[in-house]
Ligand binder design. Structure first.
Ligand code: CS2
Length: 442
């Protein structure tokens, strides 16, 4: 039996406490992968459980039909398994109404974003989904292709303007530095080239808040789906598995209504930067280092790598001595306690988080995770031995037999192959845009 609105479920499993069929969709989410389903959709489900209404989510997949095939036959329902040493908590999330696929349903996607009931368009399209060229500007040729987020949003904004509707909040939930400002800049660049008549309206009517989003979500395995089936008595093809911890810090800058996410654990703040910078440089910076160093030492999972006595001190140093000093902490933000908590989360034995999953897209991740920290120390005449160790491990990874999943894969392999790898990757005109200048290292 497949999970759906008709499936009888065990009383021990938390299910949506609101009338799903009566909710309008207030959110269109672009990039409905496991991360969104384990994070923002859960906050939104919680907000509706707490009494908010009309915040159903219409999911959009830009690249593949997999999630639509998982969720649409299940009426959008899926489970979240939160795993900690204490056990697994299983719940059914009802916030997602349906999933549209870019290749087949372009007009339906534009109509959903242009609908009067829609107030927020949110994004988890990964770092590469923003289609930035090496200099950080929009790759306009890529952005003009049929399945780019810019085309869908641009067409829908035009329809809203014509219909006399209000603007939207465009909410980036990806691990980019200044994600809101980056999305605004790239969206404006797209409009300037393709729909210049919309720029003023966009500036007046739309906002792009910054967000810091955090929950560790390993890719779901067949064994995970089997465990969910055993506990639920129904097959859930859209199951997601995650940790107990979850954090969301959002810049309070919305163009219109929004769910009361702050009533269910999110923090609405004036300035996200200290939280976002700490998360990118400490959590994600440590994660990428664990991935490349850990794979080099033969580990498969994060909890194995952090337990390796040859790796743990490198990671501790990266977080505490290299990344933390670069962060202008907010009042009450304790970076030492943050590092302690991250070490515990990495060690979670109940979560099989694959290092190879984190190793993917290194070219897109490394600048904000390592290079900003390196540049900060370099400007003060200091070095970062842990991050340098991690860079050496990345180069060894690029030279290894591991499959390289990265939009620049071929060029990275070639650049990493020779003795001048550092220069070809990070030097002037190198593949990775960086303020860190490797030639001044010594
Ligand atoms: C990880 C992140 O895959 C990766 O690159 O570092 O997905 C990380 O698990 C999340 O950002 C945690 O919030």
């Amino acid at each position: 039996m497949r999970l759906s609105a008709q499936t009888p479920l065990p009383a021990s499993v938390q299910t949506p406490g609101y009338n799903r069929g009566a909710q309008a969709a207030g959110i269109v989410h672009i990039g409905i992968g496991a991360f969104h389903r384990a994070h923002q959709a859960v906050y939104t489900d919680d907000a509706m459980n707490a009494g908010d209404r009309d915040w159903g989510i219409i999911g959009v997949s830009l690249r593949s039909g997999d999630v639509a095939a998982q969720l649409n036959p299940q009426d959008g329902l899926y489970t979240v398994s939160s795993r900690s040493a204490a056990g697994t908590e299983l719940r059914v999330i009802g916030a997602v109404q349906k999933v549209l696929v870019a290749a087949d349903e372009a007009q339906a996607i534009i109509d959903a974003i242009a609908a009067p009931t829609t107030h927020i368009v949110s994004f988890t399209v990964t770092e590469k989904g923003y289609l930035r060229a090496a200099d950080g500007s929009l790759d306009l040729d890529a952005a003009k292709r049929a399945s780019s987020l810019y085309r869908f949003v641009g067409a829908a904004l035009a329809a809203r303007q014509t219909a006399g509707l209000g603007g939207l909040t465009l909410l980036s939930c990806d691990n980019l530095a200044n994600n809101g400002a980056v999305l605004r800049r790239l969206m404006r660049q797209y409009l300037a080239a393709e729909q210049p008549g919309l720029i003023d309206w966009f500036d007046r009517e739309c906002t792009c808040p910054a967000t810091m989003i955090d929950r560790i979500v390993p890719a779901t395995t067949d064994a995970d789906r089997a465990a969910v089936e055993a506990a639920l008595g129904a097959r859930d093809e859209g199951a997601v598995v995650t940790e107990g911890f979850s954090q969301w810090v959002i810049e309070d800058d919305f163009a219109g209504p929004r769910p009361r996410w702050e009533a269910v654990g999110a923090e609405l703040v004036a300035d996200v930067a200290p939280y976002e910078t700490a998360k990118l440089r400490m959590l994600n910076g440590a994660h990428s280092a664990l991935a490349y160093i850990g794979l080099g030492r033969g580990h498969d999972f994060v909890h194995q790598a952090i337990a390796d006595p040859a790796i743990r001190p490198v990671i501790e140093r990266l977080m505490r001595a290299e990344a933390a000093p670069t962060i202008d902490a907010a009042p009450g933000q304790d970076l030492g306690a943050y590092a302690d908590a991250l070490l515990d989360r990495f060690a979670n034995p109940a979560l099989d988080h694959r290092l190879i999953q984190i190793a993917m897209d290194g070219s897109q991740k490394i600048p904000q995770r390592w290079l900003e920290t390196l540049a900060w120390h370099q400007a003060r005449g200091a070095r970062c031995v842990s991050i340098e160790t991690a860079i050496a491990a990345w180069i060894a990874f690029l030279r290894s037999d591991h499959p390289i999943d990265d939009p620049l894969a071929d060029r990275l392999r070639e650049a990493a192959a020779g003795p001048d790898a550092i220069e070809k990757l990070f030097g002037d005109g190198g593949l990775i845009a960086s303020e860190w200048r490797p030639r001044n290292r010594d």
